[in-house]
Design a protein around this ligand. Structure first.
Ligand SMILES: N[C@@H](CCC(=O)N[C@@H](CS)C(=O)NCC(=O)O)C(=O)O
Length: 224
């Protein structure tokens, strides 16, 4: 089984966390694939026409995308706890909706980053203002719902929120999501102690710091 991706993408991180949580890390080979909104990867496109990461290729050659499809597939491949996608009922809809909130916010951050990296004269102030407004409300909603989130069984929702907060620290430290959101801070502190979170900490190859990983935890994506 091959996972195409890299150590920065928060969507790839969701999949990496599921792989480790489900005890599948020895069965999945991480394969570096570079792609960007304005730089298509022709080889990757032969598998995933969207030229996006994560893309998973199973042992029988079936190709799966996007992150949610891959995560649910992995959850079904292993009976190891935790079950990341509750099978039915309110717990399922709640987890799926929280996952949509976390992943939707990540989509917004990725687009926001693209916009703010354009030349100043090409940037749209309306677009930048809209992203800032959305993200502030998302972080407030997560803080407001944190008592429920923290007491729900660990699921894809928690994977998604952890990746959102981690990516925010990595690329949007200026948003300062911690300010005035103590419950989210407490929960995230606990999330980052999980081996799957530690091994998938995002890093830039040019600035890889092996000391950022606790002894015994190797990065899921080996540095190049
Ligand atoms: N909805 C997709 C989003 C994946 C995504 O946007 N990945 C980014 C990297 S963080 C990408 O591959 N971008 C390349 C592109 O937009 O062409 C998922 O959940 O997998």
């Amino acid at each position: 089984v091959k996972l195409y991706g890299g150590p920065i993408s928060p969507f790839v991180r969701k999949v990496g966390i599921c792989i480790i949580d489900k005890g599948l890390d020895r069965q999945v080979e991480p394969v570096r694939a570079f792609t960007a909104m304005v730089q298509v990867n022709r080889q990757l496109m032969q598998r995933n026409p969207l030229s996006k990461i994560p893309t998973l290729e199973t042992a029988s050659g079936t190709v799966l995308y996007d992150s949610d499809v891959i995560c649910e597939y992995l959850d079904a491949q292993s009976s190891v706890a935790p079950q990341l996608f509750p099978p039915a009922g309110d717990a399922r809809w709640q987890a799926m909706c929280w996952n949509a909130l976390g992943s939707g916010a990540l989509d917004a951050l990725v687009l926001w980053r693209f916009e703010r990296n354009r030349l100043p004269e090409q940037q749209s102030p309306e677009v930048l203002t809209a992203f800032a407004a959305k993200l502030a409300v998302v972080f407030n909603r997560i803080e407001a719902e944190m008592p429920m989130i923290a007491s729900a069984s660990y699921s894809i929702a928690h994977v998604s929120f952890g990746c959102l907060l981690g990516y925010s620290d990595f690329r949007f430290a200026d948003l300062d999501w911690r300010a005035g959101r103590p419950r989210t801070c407490d929960w995230y502190e606990r999330f980052t102690q999980r081996p799957s979170a530690q091994r998938t900490r995002p890093y830039d190859d040019a600035r890889f710091d092996g000391k950022a990983y606790p002894a015994g935890f190797e990065p899921f994506w080996p540095p190049i």
